[in-house]
Ligand binder design. Structure first.
Ligand SMILES: Nc1ncnc2c1ncn2[C@@H]1O[C@H](COP(=O)(O)OP(=O)(O)OP(=O)(O)O)[C@@H](O)[C@H]1O
Ligand SMILES: [Mg+2]
Length: 297
């Protein structure tokens, strides 16, 4: 990746918000769907949650019924640029409060078109470009205001995603069980190892892999999933393999109505609510461990 890391850069204090991102450089694997519903599951379990949409496609923002792609209104890109002193000529009069949105007890910093130019915008700065998001979160006070910050990532391994990796303490990887995914996942773990080797004090932990859009009626898919599960056990033995999400029309319906699975009472949603509840429990169990470790030291 060829990006220089400052060895003295320390990870955000574990007593504050834990940052979890949903990542996979492959498109359409369920990152946005899982970010949205897991954030609502965490909120349902009583946690204060902030979502950050860092995908220029702004799909997560659309699920919150927010569209900044065509509007003049400020979004996360403006806040990140504002946080870099060297980019002063590009600064805009935007405060976090001007950008923040709330829906059903979950806060959001929405995305916008300018995010697609992030790499170019920060190309000339002398501070470590891969730490802009992390430093923004630390300076902004947001880490003191939430229990969990959940980030939706774009389907790339570019600078924006490197920023997300550096700002996160935990990573969750949804994937589709097919041959292309198998190669993509091993590439993703290589990229994570590259980042670890570049000398960040603490690289994020892969909390879980989640098979998504699974159709076990297809024998080939079942075989591919088994193969991927076995490989991931080797590559990332500490991460949990969550039980698969089937292809569920309820999720698509929820998205069309801009609702999480917790907004429905019908039986159709019970299993999905349990599955997202499990993801939230996994995140919180890890979050509690991190906080306990912090206070024990
Ligand atoms: N388990 C599921 N059952 C049915 N549809 C699903 C499921 N998971 C995701 N989808 C649908 O698949 C599509 C892709 O999902 P999503 O947008 O969450 O993927 P993504 O990884 O965020 O994509 P991108 O990389 O483009 O950001 C969406 O239309 C979503 O509604
Ligand atoms: Mg997405």
């Amino acid at each position: 990746m060829g990006i220089f890391f400052n060895r003295n850069e320390s990870q955000a204090s574990a007593s504050r918000a834990q940052v979890v991102s949903f990542l996979n450089q492959k498109g359409g694997v369920g990152k946005t769907t899982m970010t949205f519903n897991s954030a609502h599951a965490l909120a349902k379990q009583g946690h204060k949650v902030l979502c950050i949409d860092l995908d220029p496609q702004a799909n997560l923002s659309l699920l919150f019924d927010i569209d900044r792609t065509q509007s003049e209104k400020f979004h996360i890109h403006h806040l990140m640029v504002n946080s870099v002193r060297e980019l002063k000529p590009l600064h805009v009069p935007a405060l976090i409060e001007d950008v923040l949105e709330t829906q059903n007890g979950v806060d959001l910093l929405p995305a916008g078109q300018e995010l697609s130019g992030f790499e170019l915008t920060v190309a000339g700065v002398s501070i470590p470009r891969q730490l802009i998001l992390k430093r923004f979160l630390e300076k902004s006070g947001l880490l003191d205001r939430y229990d969990y910050i959940v980030i939706d990532a774009p389907p790339t391994l570019g600078l924006l995603v490197v920023n997300i990796l550096c700002a996160s303490q935990g990573v969750i990887v949804p994937f589709r069980p097919d041959e292309f995914s198998r190669k993509g996942l091993s590439h993703f773990h290589d990229a994570l190892n590259d980042i670890a080797e570049m000398g960040i004090t603490e690289s994020p932990r892969v909390l879980a892999h989640i098979p998504n859009l699974v159709d076990t009626r297809r024998k080939q898919e079942e075989d591919d999933l088994l193969r991927i599960e076995n490989e991931l056990k080797e590559i990332s033995p500490q991460s949990k393999m969550m039980s698969p999400f089937m292809n569920r029309v309820g999720l698509v319906k929820g998205q069309a109505q801009k609702k999480s699975v917790f907004d429905y009472n019908s039986k159709e949603y019970t299993e999905l609510q349990e599955q997202f509840g499990d993801i939230a429990h996994l995140i919180d169990q890890w979050g509690k461990e991190r906080r306990n470790e912090h206070f024990a030291n």
